[in-house]
Ligand binder design. Structure first.
Ligand code: TRH
Length: 381
């Protein structure tokens, strides 16, 4: 290949539900363009969901440029397009048959990567990078993000940790950002962000926060957990900007912000409740303790993922602190036992905060996912 010609990448994203599929693929697309000098086309079947995370996106357009990425509406009838050098089929979405033919028809067939969901389970290291034989002359491989050395790693933009630390050391920058959300931090309060699915444990957690000696301030981005928060507060419809006080707890709904601004929210908070895949990873990069509401799967398959991650995550903590966090995550995902679990977490707060920073540093020492993908392609050609 001519060294002056940029490699072309096509990323295919089918939005199954919520924002994780588009959240991950958009983050990856942006990073490939910004840091790896490749040209990227992102095919998305639901631009309305995309617009939530990136309001500059115009859902009515078939094709548009954002952040140097060509964004294309995944059309019902596939047009004739040239296949890219590297094709990412995100989360097993099915490539259009004519596009597959175009991939095979290239002089050098395209490299086809199935980017899988994130899991900390041990088998991931063994499956990462394995070929998936195809009937035509196409080369397809499984590409697994992950936390261990022999996986594809995590999405992490260059300089992320430094930027995050600088922001966390700058109270003015934090104050200014929170003000854009209509938030004034309560002095001395634990600042908590709450992004979750509907959760049966929510009321118990809010009860214990309200009854605590220390004040807590919970910020709730607009989303699925809102119904539970409204029910707990006894309010019909929560308005952004209104602060609701119950005992030691103040609750405020905040807007669902652009993806890069959500990072700033996570960085401002002392504790982040997150969900799915992408917010879960971003909370880890915040260097602060987190609570994961895992995406529920059939036959309780998510439970092994939860336990596998926890086992790795608490490795650097003392057994009692690790157990406290484990109990909290189990309670949150099982719908019971939050009050006691939260009290135990509070008793180990400083250690869990240190562990969060340690974990972040350990993960940041590994190659990031975009770099690993580029390297995989270089090794393959
Ligand atoms: O939205 P999620 O629950 O997404 C998913 C999908 O449901 C997917 O099908 C499933 O398989 C996967 O979870 C495990 O959670 P996630 O992955 O955290 O995606 C949320 C995205 O929204 C993430 O990119 C961060 C972004 N976001 C913002 O941009 N602004 C905000 O204010 C908030 C709260 C989130």
């Amino acid at each position: 290949m001519d060294a002056d010609v940029k490699a072309s990448w096509d990323i295919f994203c089918c939005v199954v539900d919520n924002y994780g599929d588009i959240g991950v693929t958009w983050r990856l697309a942006r990073q490939l363009v910004a840091e790896h000098d490749v040209s990227v086309r992102l095919w998305v079947d639901d631009l309305k969901s995309f617009e939530r995370l990136w309001p500059a996106v115009q859902p009515a357009l078939d094709s548009q440029w954002q952040e140097g990425v060509e964004i294309c509406q995944w059309p019902a009838v596939w047009p004739q397009v040239t296949a890219a050098d590297v094709v990412i089929e995100a989360f097993g979405c099915k490539l259009p048959a004519p596009y597959r033919e175009a991939m095979a028809a290239r002089p050098l067939p395209a490299l086809w990567l199935n980017l899988e969901y994130l899991s900390a389970e041990g088998w991931v290291s063994g499956c990462h990078g394995l070929p998936s034989p195809q009937p035509d002359r196409l080369h397809k491989y499984f590409f697994f993000p992950g936390f261990a050395e022999k996986t594809g790693g995590l999405l992490r933009e260059a300089g992320l940790t430094d930027r995050r630390r600088a922001f966390q050391a700058d109270p003015d920058a934090q104050r200014a950002f929170l003000a854009t959300l209509g938030v004034t931090a309560v002095p001395g309060a634990r600042l908590i962000s709450l992004f979750a699915y509907e959760n049966a444990s929510l009321a118990e957690w809010l009860d214990v926060l309200a009854a605590d000696d220390l004040p807590s301030q919970v910020l709730v981005p607009r989303g699925r957990v809102l119904g539970g928060v409204q029910a707990w507060l006894g309010v019909d419809e929560l308005q952004e900007g209104t602060v609701h006080q119950r005992g030691a707890l103040s609750v405020q709904v905040v807007p669902f912000v652009r993806q890069d601004q959500y990072d700033l929210l996570l960085w401002c908070c002392d504790f982040n409740a997150v969900r799915g895949e992408d917010s879960f990873v971003r909370a880890q990069w915040s260097g602060r303790p987190l609570l994961w509401h895992i995406y529920e799967q059939e036959e309780y398959a998510h439970w092994e993922k939860l336990e596998a991650f926890l086992a790795l995550y608490i490795e650097g903590a003392s057994p009692p602190a690790g157990q406290a966090l484990t109990d909290l995550w189990r309670a949150w995902n099982q719908g019971k036992g939050m009050a006691q679990a939260w009290r135990h977490v509070l008793a180990h707060w400083d250690e869990l905060a240190a562990n969060a920073e340690l974990w972040c540093a350990r993960q940041a020492a590994q190659p990031d996912l975009a770099t690993a993908l580029v390297q995989f392609y270089r090794n393959w050609i």
